[in-house]
Design a protein around this ligand. Structure first.
Ligand code: ADP
Length: 157
């Protein structure tokens, strides 16, 4: 079975990597899809976001990294997938994710969204918070992959 894992990955965090790793153990193929123009304005360029994702999941042999624009259900059809993977943190993600999964089912009745609970260790990590902390010079070591950590370190070098 092919699953797509869409997101803005602005930037990819250890929370995202944990979900991608667990999904790769469950499905034959996982398409980690980086959305080109997220509804929220992205802080990093698409090129940077893709580079960081590629560099941090290359050891997961059945995970391919693509970029996409448009509806997630179109991506699902393009890759002949029927599963959308999303991660769920504490209570903060629930309402939005619930609504989106209902909409996706309506747009594409065969599609199933599978939610994976965020690891306790990564429960409070969000891309936006890491961005904010890193831009202000705080350490994000251990919360994001090394390529992302290095990128922000250079900004403050
Ligand atoms: P989007 O902009 O589509 O919400 P994100 O890049 O913020 O994309 O996140 C992609 C997916 O990963 C979402 O399902 C989100 O809930 C999930 N996610 C984000 N941070 C974490 C985390 N720390 N642990 C587990 N899942 C996460």
């Amino acid at each position: 079975m092919v699953a797509v894992y869409p997101g803005s990955f602005d930037p990819i965090t250890m929370g995202h990597i944990d979900i991608a790793t667990r999904a790769s153990a469950l499905f034959e193929d996982v398409v980690l899809a980086v959305v080109k123009n997220p509804s929220k304005t992205s802080l990093l360029s698409l090129e940077n976001r893709l580079d960081f994702v590629r560099g941090s999941v290359e050891h997961l042999k059945n995970v391919r990294v693509e970029s996409f624009e448009g509806l997630t259900v179109q991506l699902v059809k393009q890759y002949n997938a029927n599963i959308i993977i999303r991660g769920l943190r504490a209570v903060s993600d629930f309402e939005y994710e619930f609504a989106m999964s209902q909409m996706n089912k309506r747009l594409c009745p065969g599609v199933e969204t599978i939610f994976m609970m965020a690891d306790l260790e990564y429960q409070f990590i969000s891309s936006s918070m890491l961005n904010e902390v890193a831009r202000l010079g705080g350490s994000i070591e251990g919360l994001a992959p090394q390529n992302v950590v290095n990128h922000f370190k250079l900004l403050h070098a």
